[in-house]
Design a protein around this ligand. Structure first.
Ligand SMILES: [Fe+2]
Ligand SMILES: [Fe+2]
Length: 207
């Protein structure tokens, strides 16, 4: 499994939570039914899994490796990705700033939570599309197999040192809970992203 395959897998998990959040946002718009629990759990997932863990792997490991191979971090695709990570962070802060009041039936705060959640979903959906179709393909071209394996090793260090053992699993469980609550389909195990590279390694399992 390549480093970019791991990131593509994480995108699938993030997309499931985004789908659940969009459904919760639609329910609010349609019938003013504010699901505070879902928005709060999703914001926690976005802050810790999407931003700290996934964007941490991209910014501290993958983008740095690309930089070392001559892909500039300012301007160009990496610069755009960094800017979009920041735009996403702003929306996460917006959800957290309003969530307590929103849970206490403050209608204005509820509208702001839903608005920030929708913006986050839009920014990240477009962002993931660009990474999957442009940046990661570029990475697969410039990085050797050895370099990809080195990045995989460094991802593990991010998991253990920055996140803490068991944290990844905790957020996968939250993603499943929210996706099931809103009827978001499971990730297809036959998806090429999950099948890709797995047969080379024993014990490979898709999340
Ligand atoms: Fe990213
Ligand atoms: Fe990403």
């Amino acid at each position: 499994m390549k480093a970019t395959d791991i990131l593509r897998q994480e995108h699938k998990v993030i997309e499931r939570v985004i789908a659940a959040v969009n459904k919760a946002a639609d329910a609010f718009t349609r019938e003013r039914n504010f699901d505070g629990d879902t928005f709060e759990k999703a914001a926690d997932f976005f802050r810790n899994f999407t931003d700290k863990c996934h964007h941490g792997k991209e910014e501290d490991v993958l983008f740095k490796a690309l930089e070392a191979r001559g892909v500039p971090s300012e301007g160009g695709p990496v610069g755009v990705m960094l800017m979009e990570h920041d735009m996403g962070r702003e929306q996460i802060r917006g959800i957290f700033a309003n969530i307590e009041a929103a849970k206490e039936e403050d209608g204005g705060a509820q509208i702001r939570v839903v608005d920030h959640a929708r913006r986050f979903a839009m920014i990240l959906t477009d962002h993931i599309f660009k990474e999957n179709n442009i940046l990661f393909n570029m990475a697969d071209e410039v990085l050797t197999d050895e370099e990809q394996q080195d990045l995989v090793h460094r991802f593990t260090l991010v998991e253990v040192h920055d996140m803490g053992a068991g944290t990844h699993e905790k957020y996968l469980a939250i993603a499943n809970e929210l996706a099931e609550k809103y009827g978001v389909p499971e990730i297809d195990a036959h998806d090429p992203v999950f099948a890709g590279g797995c047969h080379h390694h024993r014990g490979c399992h898709g999340h």
